[in-house]
Design a protein around this ligand. Structure first.
Ligand code: AMP
Ligand code: MN
Ligand code: MN
Ligand code: MN
Length: 283
């Protein structure tokens, strides 16, 4: 087993989490995390704060982001770790990726208005710590606050997933672009929570093959989004494709997330932990 308590996936108020980078760092440290990364969606505005907070606590830090990518008609998330967050190639790529969110949110609100839910754009925006990063999660919080649903999971199921009134098809970054930005900036690209996408085996094989061909190097094996059986399944995929393995809670909020920072099972001992590829990038 690889028994470093690394948690390399979580979100702050800079994207769709509810805690500040400093509060997340303190929570991670209190839970025993030794190596941490803040991976806000399509956004690196919290990196300097997260790194400073980790260093003040004596916790190792790797820069991070979670990039939204369109692949085979679905949205796939690619985590970048250990890149130079000041590099303009990463900053420009993420700015472009974020760019369509405002118009998408207006379309989502129009879809919700058709089923009698009004004011959801303004409502979602009031939950967004960063107006450039309005996400489905902020709509979900608004619909919980207004009593339409009991929790955010119910909102996604009834309103925000494919075919539901608030769902809007969206074109994100290309897989090759996201992997290239990460690599050009000295980082490692990681396929996030692969069990979440609902791909057929053929589509999944294509994702892993293309990711590898673009220079992707790792996959999340142990995540808050995977069952024990899924962790075993994706450990096998890591072996088959020669990918390193990552571990991350995907923590968003004390009120919403099932898996807290630093409280995951260990990675299988025969896999290469992703941080072994990034020892020179730990801050
Ligand atoms: P967006 O980037 O705006 O499409 O929002 C995606 C975010 O919504 C994810 O990062 C999760 O935080 C959250 N999310 C997506 N699907 C679900 C779901 N089924 N249940 C709860 N949260 C979800
Ligand atoms: Mn999220
Ligand atoms: Mn994700
Ligand atoms: Mn995430």
């Amino acid at each position: 087993m690889s028994i470093l308590n690394a948690d390399l996936h979580c979100h702050s108020v800079i994207s769709d989490g509810t805690l500040t980078p400093e509060a997340l760092a303190a929570r991670a440290h209190a839970n025993g995390v030794e190596l941490w990364s803040l991976t806000d969606h399509d956004e690196i505005g919290g990196q300097a704060r997260a790194c400073a907070a980790a260093q003040a606590l004596g916790m190792g830090y790797l820069s991070g982001t979670e990039i939204s990518v369109s692949f085979a008609g679905k949205t796939v998330h690619i985590v970048g770790l250990g890149f130079d967050h000041l590099d303009p190639r990463m900053q420009d790529g993420l700015r472009t990726t974020r760019g369509g969110r405002h118009a998408r949110a207006l379309d989502m609100a129009a879809g919700l208005a058709k089923v009698g839910i009004h004011g959801s754009f303004e409502g979602a925006l009031s939950f967004a710590g960063n107006p450039d990063l309005i996400s489905r999660t902020h709509f979900a919080r608004f619909l919980v606050e207004t009593g339409v649903c009991a929790d955010t999971y119910e909102v996604f199921r009834r309103f925000l997933t494919d075919g539901k009134p608030g769902y809007v098809e969206h074109r994100w970054a290309g897989l090759g672009d996201a992997v290239r930005w990460i690599r050009e900036c000295q980082g490692v690209a990681v396929i996030a929570h692969p069990a979440r996408y609902g791909f057929t085996p053929t589509e999944e094989f294509a994702l892993f093959t293309e990711f590898k061909n673009h220079g992707g190097q790792a996959v999340e094996v142990v995540t808050g989004s995977h069952s024990a059986a899924e962790a075993i399944q994706y450990a096998d995929m890591a072996r088959e494709f020669g990918l390193a393995a990552s571990r991350g809670s995907d923590f968003h909020s004390p009120d919403e997330s099932h898996t807290d920072l630093g409280t995951l099972p260990w990675l299988p001992g025969d896999l290469t932990p992703v941080w072994e590829l990034l020892t020179h990038r730990i801050q």
